[in-house]
Design a protein around this ligand. Structure first.
Ligand SMILES: [Zn+2]
Length: 462
């Protein structure tokens, strides 16, 4: 516990943790210490495939444009397979191109492996850490274990999920969704390149030789089941940084509902139609959006409008005929999401009657994604790791606001996530940044978490 005692006395524990500890004095519970220089060097070296959007002079000061199954994505995938095989891992590619690299445990158990997973694909104007950190950190964990001759009890390994971003083939968390049975494989295979409708996800898998023979499924009878899934990821939000915490123990993901609201009024001359005689959908929709914000605040939920459409024929001196807008409602509890939806719709109905001769209102529910709670044992494994590494004061529980592959894996195997801070919460942007100290601490937390879970699993299964 030396490391955590020291950490708690320091004003900047993360940086000190990374710089004061040495390979000869491991403060970790496992006795293993990941190699920070190798982790960072590897991460930035892999970013040569897809580097884009330079913003500074340092070689690492670029963003990334490594869209799924482009030539650059294929290169980094081949590199990952080689590196995993150098460590003695067995590699398997399934029918969605998901890569599973597996290192045997001392039990030599045929039970599904404990996986460390994330994604190597990026947004077109993405950064160097989203997804990439999780995969490279998993590799660094395997390298550290191999170098020190450390064996987990159960098999352990790495997963690179195909098309997490959904930027080129528009479906996010695409292949973990197929693996989890949430998306039919034909639908995923049939997704077309947003720039070139003659190219499908399947044709790109074939072109690069990544259309594996193993079914993309968690079903042990035909697919590749997992014993657990741990994902290290940058937070992509400002909460950790603002709270000055080093690690987020992610306990689940928010539920969300997407609605499209259509407000219909009537075209009218703006100079000759008195306010009392109008049916003005823009006025009503604007009030509805303002009201949705107030309802969300009341429930400590989120409500957002990202799209608002007016007819192409709209003009300055005509009251518009119709407006549609989207409403994205999120909260960690499904019942709160539902309550916000109900109260918004009630309020919208009242607003529709408020001005002039009123407008009519219609709505559709486009997406309903239930809230997810991660596994209590996996969460405990991450909490213990975090407490040991930085002290109980330095980590906090979080709920993921964004979707991740872990949301899908959690439906079929025990899952948890680890968040590390990213500068100013910026992500999906070339200047996305996670400090070397935070990358290192995240990777060490990942290592300790899987070791903790491996031991717990042995206790539970015996
Ligand atoms: Zn990601």
């Amino acid at each position: 516990m030396l490391g955590s005692t020291i950490s708690r006395q320091l004003s900047t524990p993360v940086r000190r943790w990374a710089s004061t500890a040495t390979a000869s004095s491991p403060s970790s519970a496992s006795g293993l210490r990941i190699n920070s220089d190798r982790l960072l060097e590897t991460l930035h070296r892999t970013c040569r495939w897809g580097a884009a959007h330079r913003y500074g002079d340092d070689p690492t000061e670029t963003g990334m444009a490594r869209l799924c199954l482009t030539d650059d994505d294929a290169k980094v995938r081949r590199w990952l397979i080689q590196e995993a095989e150098k460590l003695g891992c067995t590699t398997t590619i399934d029918q969605m191109g998901n890569l599973f690299a597996r290192q045997p445990g001392s039990f030599r158990s045929p039970a599904p492996m404990i996986a460390m997973g994330s994604h190597l694909d990026t947004q077109p104007r993405g950064g160097r850490y989203d997804g990439i950190l999780g995969v490279v950190a998993g590799l660094e964990v395997l390298r550290t274990m191999q170098e020190r001759g450390f064996r987990t009890l159960y098999d352990i390994g790495l997963v690179n999920w195909t098309n997490e971003e959904g930027a080129r083939f528009p479906k996010s968390m695409c292949s973990s969704g197929v693996w989890a049975g949430a998306t039919p494989i034909e639908e995923a295979w049939g997704l077309t390149d947003i720039f070139n409708p003659t190219v499908t996800l399947r044709s790109e898998l074939e072109r690069h030789g990544f259309l594996g023979s193993v079914a993309c499924s968690s079903d042990p009878a035909m697919g590749y089941p997992l014993g657990a899934h741990f994902e290290l990821h940058i937070e992509q939000g400002p909460i950790l940084e603002e709270a000055r915490k080093s690690i987020g123990v992610v306990c689940g993901a928010q539920g969300y509902r997407w609605l499209t609201i259509t407000v219909t009024g009537r075209d009218a001359h703006t100079g000759t139609t008195p306010l009392a005689a109008r049916r003005d959908p823009v006025l009503a929709a604007s009030k509805m959006i303002v009201a949705s914000n107030a309802v969300a605040k009341k429930y400590s939920a989120l409500a957002s409008t990202g799209v608002m459409k007016l007819p192409r024929t709209s003009s300055t001196n005509t009251v518009a005929s119709e407006v549609t807008f989207t409403l994205d409602i999120r909260h960690l509890q499904d019942r709160v999401v539902r309550a916000v939806q109900d109260e918004c719709l009630e309020t919208f109905a009242a607003i529709a009657r408020e001005d002039g001769r009123g407008v009519s209102l219609d709505w559709t529910l486009d997406t309903d994604s239930a809230a997810v709670e991660f596994d209590a044992h996996c969460i405990a494994a991450v909490q213990d790791a975090a407490t040991h590494l930085v002290g109980a004061e330095q980590w906090m529980k979080l709920t993921s606001g964004a979707g991740h592959d872990s949301v899908h894996t959690s439906q079929h195997c025990p899952t948890a996530m680890i968040f590390v801070p990213c500068k100013e919460g910026v992500s999906h942007h070339p200047q996305e940044y996670c400090s070397p100290a935070d990358c290192t601490l995240g990777a060490q937390t990942l290592l300790e978490s899987v070791v903790n879970y491996d031991r717990r699993r042995a206790e539970m299964e015996q």
